[in-house]
Write a protein that binds this ligand. Structure first.
Ligand SMILES: NC(=O)c1ccc[n+]([C@@H]2O[C@H](COP(=O)([O-])OP(=O)(O)OC[C@H]3O[C@@H](n4cnc5c(N)ncnc54)[C@H](OP(=O)(O)O)[C@@H]3O)[C@@H](O)[C@H]2O)c1
Length: 283
């Protein structure tokens, strides 16, 4: 296992003759000719798609904390949050997480690497990392205040990473972590649902045909809940395929009116739009 501390990297940076070999010393092989750098998609300011820039000279990331790993990115996916962050969504609060003491100047988050989802291979492990070793195939969701996954390598804390299921390809695995964790946060953390509590419960999922909704349907069905999915007409087949018990097409009549024709009196229902989860009587 190769562990590189900040001081040794700094030392190497100050001695150009060593720079070319630094990546090799770490056991990380960048696809770039210079081994201290890697390719990444970055933005240097917020805006529309034309702010995206392919940069082959982004510094290879290093481990800052003993619970971190470096992952070689095999696949990443574009989530709605990446599109929103490109436009500046959440930049003030994310900068507070990046720089809580306000030491840095404005714009210090740039060049910013977007991308929250990743599947790949562990390359380096911090000193306290016990569960992973170099070569492990993993998937992860990287929090939005950290540098993202549209790069050849990304740093993650171990609590953001787990072993990739063998049944999924890298590409399939990279499409799931962030959206699945969003559904999990809504249903488990906010609603208090669990495998034990779901049997006999009815759950109403608004936005059921979207990324969060399809994840929520599958989790609720796997845990034995009765699922009512709300979507537009063209998603009905998808909802049935995912196992929804009842489907409401919100385009044909008001959702509230359609719910009145269903017997909801005996059970407690919840609705999610991915951001919030409310008891049905709040509709
Ligand atoms: N994706 C993530 O990882 C993530 C993370 C954090 C928060 N969120 C938030 O969670 C929400 C859903 O995200 P998503 O990724 O699932 O979005 P998405 O894939 O775009 O899906 C949104 C769904 O909402 C449905 N919809 C649109 N208008 C509706 C209406 N008036 N009534 C009922 N359903 C309607 C659409 O269904 P039809 O096509 O059937 O009309 C669409 O499939 C968003 O607010 C997003 O910001 C998402």
């Amino acid at each position: 296992m190769n562990i590189v501390c900040r001081r040794s990297v700094f030392h190497l940076c100050r001695r150009p003759s060593l720079i070319a070999d630094a990546g090799k010393e770490r056991g990380i092989h960048s696809s770039c000719r210079r081994s201290m750098v890697m390719p990444a998609w970055v933005i240097d300011k917020y805006g529309s798609n034309d702010v995206l820039r392919f940069n082959e000279n982004v510094l290879l990331p290093i481990i800052h904390y003993p619970n971190e790993v470096i992952i070689k990115v095999h696949a990443a996916s574009v989530n709605p949050i990446d599109v929103n962050m490109r436009s500046g969504y959440g930049s003030k609060s994310l900068n507070m997480s990046r720089d809580p003491l306000h030491i840095k100047t404005s714009g210090s988050e740039f060049p910013l690497v977007l991308g929250r989802d990743v599947s790949g291979t562990v390359m380096e492990c911090g000193l306290n990392v016990k569960y992973f070793k170099p070569g492990d195939q993993v998937w992860a969701a990287i929090p939005p205040w950290k540098q993202g996954t549209f790069a050849e390598f990304v740093v993650a804390s171990v609590n953001e990473v787990s072993l990739k299921p063998k049944s999924l390809s890298y590409t399939e695995a990279a499409s799931l972590p962030y959206v699945m964790l969003t559904a999990w946060a809504a249903l488990v953390n906010s609603c208090g649902l669990s495998k034990e509590k779901c049997p006999g419960k009815r759950v109403l999922i608004i936005g059921a045909s979207g990324g969060v909704g399809t994840a929520a349907i599958q989790l609720m069905k796997a845990w034995g809940a009765h699922v009512t999915a709300v979507c537009s007409g063209n998603a009905v087949t998808l909802m049935k395929d995912l196992g929804a018990d009842d489907i409401i097409d919100y385009t044909v009549a008001r959702l509230k009116d359609q719910l009145k024709t269903r017997d909801l009196t005996t059970t407690k229902e919840f609705t999610t739009d991915g951001d919030s989860l409310l008891p049905v009587d709040h509709l």
